[in-house]
Design a protein around this ligand. Structure first.
Ligand code: GLP
Length: 260
């Protein structure tokens, strides 16, 4: 696990660099896309590189991490809608190349199994962009999630619904109670995971993620078992890390030839 502590705009640039390098090497790469506010500066930077430098997503494919259950297809907070607004409409990703769990499926287990199969059929996710919830969730894998879980329905914690109420006009009651999410084992199958966290509200979850014991209590800790994870933090999100100085020194002395 590599920990990089830097100002927000630098973090977004580093994540965008990783995406750009991947697409340059492999134009038909498979991206894992996260919603929430953390990745938005990364999508802004990718859209800028597309507009100004011709970074192309034309042959790329993408899979979303998660989706609310029951939001109408045209609801602006449906994650499929959010990702269209924040990224797909601003680059040349083909709309048909972007997939998400079907939060309106009648047969939920079948839809989840089909989603897992679609990821496998695409060859797996090359680079997964991730945020982290203040309760340590990744995707919507709330505390108690099986570390071996696959795409399935989950109940959101009241903490997460309160955190996300800001996207629903501040109305917690408007936030769906259930979601479909890639499981922790699904996320772990991505070849490179780039997690971005900013702000003091993430500091405890980040400390557990990087330095805590691996436990379903803090689902993001499963990433300690992944061979290629990059954790991008601003100073506020890193404030509780016991070895912050070590991570800073390590990154400052990183060999120039080593990418993320
Ligand atoms: C949301 C999403 C996650 C996201 C997390 C943090 O509920 N399902 O994918 O990483 O919570 O969101 P934010 O980046 O807005 O803090």
């Amino acid at each position: 696990m590599e920990v990089v502590i830097a100002p927000g705009p630098v973090l977004a640039g580093l994540a965008a660099d990783a995406v750009e390098r991947l697409l340059t090497d492999r134009p038909d790469a498979v991206l894992g896309l996260a919603t929430g506010s953390s990745p938005l500066p990364v999508y802004d930077e990718l859209a800028r590189r597309h507009a100004e430098h011709g970074l192309s997503f034309a042959r790329a494919r993408a899979f979303l991490l998660d989706e609310y259950v029951g939001l109408p297809a045209d609801h602006p907070q449906r994650y499929r809608q959010v990702i269209d607004t924040e990224l797909v409409s601003r680059v040349d990703l083909a709309p048909g190349a972007v997939h998400g769990p079907d939060g309106l499926a009648d047969d939920v287990p079948a839809a989840c199994a089909a989603y897992e199969q679609a990821i496998v059929d695409a060859g797996g996710v090359d680079l997964q962009i991730l945020g982290i919830g203040s309760d340590g969730h990744i995707g919507f894998n709330e505390p108690g999630s099986s570390l071996a879980s696959r795409t399935r329905i989950k109940t959101l914690t009241s903490q997460t619904r309160e955190d996300n109420a800001r996207f629903f006009g501040g109305d917690v009651a408007g936030v769906p109670t259930h979601c479909l999410t890639q499981g922790l084992a699904t996320i772990m199958a991505a070849r490179h995971v780039v997690l971005i966290a900013q702000g003091r509200g993430k500091a405890q979850a980040v400390q557990k993620l990087v330095e805590g014991p691996v436990s379903a209590r803090w689902p993001a800790t499963v990433l300690q078992l992944h061979p290629h994870v990059t954790v991008l933090l601003d100073d506020a999100a890193a404030v509780r890390l016991q070895l912050a100085d070590h991570y800073r020194e390590t990154y400052a002395n990183k060999p120039a030839w080593q990418g993320l």
